[in-house]
Design a protein around this ligand. Structure first.
Ligand code: GLA
Length: 537
């Protein structure tokens, strides 16, 4: 509506304005532009209040403080940093096998040959100031010491994904500022390979070459060049396969070609593999008759192969939580495992589907640790496709702003991998405010690597508490009801004592001191996300 009442720029250019009227015209223009902008933001943001403070012009380094790499393997890390450009980066304590580009903040090279902890101080400077942040590189067997963060194309592009979509997403990850908050992986989901039997010339053909190597479909002319492009931005590239003969969308899977595929993925330069059960179910006894070995065999095979490769490849299991995957994911070399079915098709109850998935995922808190993460699936906000009908165009989420704050808060408290799966070409300010709050992300990326414990769960409330490396406690009070609600939690429920300083994490503001309990009023389907630290005497 606002577009119709606001003159277009070309119309304005044609109007001749007497010099005496310029002040009034300027005033009108300021009004028109402001209202247009506000309407545009409101329209694209479901009218939600933006709680995340805008990052200042001073440099601020974000992201994890601990980072795992394997001996002698290629290393790539773009220092996530907000602040006015140009920035100058430097680092002290960087192992000799690594180099930092002072302008881009990209660290590259080979991980040291000797296992151990390499403490580094990262530094960023601009005209407004200087900041440092500790960053410990831990060389050893474990990678993904904090939950991986990035974007996965599935819920926007489904079986239409292309090389151009992935390159554009990498560009958008940098241009939108997401990379400055630690988003790093740009991951292709299903549908990059050949679709056996398809008569679509872009998708059909022989799934493998004469040597048995997997072939991408015609929408992906050069996988190696694609990974290199993503790497050139300092980002990492991920892809997808299935241990079955076919993927869930019926493209070629890795069954009986696991070794060749693992080698190919590494040779192309990919850093992340999502390995999705799909048609593997036809190779084992029916549900109810399967052993744990039936479930973990294909993952053991691929997990071992990935470790033999010449690069670090994060291994993401996707088999929907079957066979209690959280209890054996570590033993097959997984870094994360989906704990439930697809969030995008999870039916709404009195609450949107992400709550059901979140409640289920929360039960497995004891299995999360650095390098080992429960995965409750992607962050489906912003412009998002319809998982029941791929043909429908992506549209703005119908989650309320409070539900979106709850979604992100629940995911970070659960130390979940943080993968946005909405449309990267239509990132609106409200969505970015949900995805890019450095203090919210710090909860997820905390070096202790603990998943929040459930403190309370009933029909009207859900309370999660996550111990943090600095001794503080991240706490989320989720109101599950349709009315505003007074909520509280006692120190003895949290193992706390004395006076605690309370910080509102979304607003990045201390809001006072509390003794004995924390009490607040929470919006319908909303959350209070706070961090409690012992008040110094
Ligand atoms: C399964 C997975 C989804 C997605 C699709 C692709 O449903 O759980 O995350 O990867 O397959 O076909």
């Amino acid at each position: 509506m606002y577009q119709r009442s606001t003159p277009s720029l070309s119309t304005l250019r044609k109007i001749r304005i007497p010099a005496t009227q310029w002040r009034a015209v300027a005033k009108f223009l300021r009004f028109a532009l402001t209202t247009t902008f506000l309407h545009a933001v409101a329209a694209s943001a479901s009218g939600g209040p933006i709680l995340t403070p805008k990052p200042g012009p001073q440099p601020k380094i974000n992201g994890p403080t601990v980072y795992g790499a394997r001996r002698g393997k290629p290393f790539l890390y773009r220092i996530p940093c907000t602040g006015q450009r140009p920035l100058q980066f430097s680092a002290t304590g960087l192992p000799a096998s690594l180099t930092l580009n002072n302008e881009t903040g990209i660290i590259e090279g080979l991980a040291p040959q000797v296992d151990g902890s390499y403490p580094v101080i990262l530094k960023a400077t601009n005209r407004k100031g200087t900041v440092t942040r500790k960053f410990i590189i831990v060389v050893g067997d474990r990678i993904a010491l904090t939950p991986p963060m990035g974007w996965n194309d599935w819920y926007t592009h489904y079986d239409r994904v292309t090389d151009a979509v992935m390159r554009d997403a990498a560009n958008a990850m940098v241009a939108s500022g997401m990379a400055d908050f630690g988003y790093q992986y740009v991951n292709i989901d299903d549908a990059w390979m050949v679709k056996p039997g398809s008569d679509d010339p872009m998708l059909g053909g022989a799934p493998r070459d004469a040597d048995g190597a997997i072939r991408p479909n015609r929408r992906f002319p050069d996988m190696k060049a694609l990974a290199a492009y993503i790497h050139s931005k300092g980002l990492k590239a991920g892809l997808y396969s299935s241990p079955g003969p076919l993927t869930c969308a019926e493209f070629a899977g890795s069954y009986q070609h696991e070794k060749a595929d693992a080698q190919k993925f590494a040779d192309w330069g990919f850093d992340f593999l999502k390995y999705d059960w799909c048609s593997y179910g036809s190779l084992v006894p029916p549900k109810g008759h399967r052993t744990t070995e039936d479930y973990n065999k294909p993952y053991t095979l691929m997990g071992n192969l990935l470790k033999e490769q010449s690069r670090d490849i994060v291994f993401n299991l996707c088999q929907y939580g079957q066979g209690d995957v959280w209890s054996w994911g570590d033993s097959v070399g997984a870094n994360s495992w989906r704990t439930t079915g697809d969030l995008g098709i999870e039916p709404r109850t009195s609450l949107p589907g992400f709550y059901t998935v979140g409640f289920a995922n929360a039960r497995h808190a004891d299995f999360a640790a650095p390098g080992l993460w429960n995965d409750p699936d992607y962050i489906l906000i912003g412009n998002i496709g319809n998982a029941h009908d791929f043909v429908q165009p992506a549209k703005l989420t119908d989650l309320t702003p409070d539900e979106q704050y709850s979604y992100m808060s629940m995911w970070v408290l659960m130390a979940s991998p943080l993968f946005f799966s909405g449309d990267m070409s239509k990132l609106d300010p409200f969505t970015l405010n949900i995805l890019c709050n450095s203090e919210v992300i710090d909860i997820d990326q905390d070096a202790l690597g603990r998943q929040a414990q459930v403190i309370a769960k009933n029909d009207s409330e859900f309370i999660l508490a996550k111990p943090m490396a600095d001794g503080s406690l991240a706490l989320g009070l989720f109101n599950l009801g349709r009315e505003e609600k007074k909520m509280s939690v006692e120190w003895n429920q949290l193992g706390l004592a004395g006076t605690q300083t309370v910080r509102d994490v979304w607003r990045q503001k201390n809001i006072g001191h509390s003794e004995g309990q924390y009490a607040t009023t929470v919006n319908p389907h909303g959350v209070a996300l706070v961090r409690l630290s012992e008040t110094s005497k």
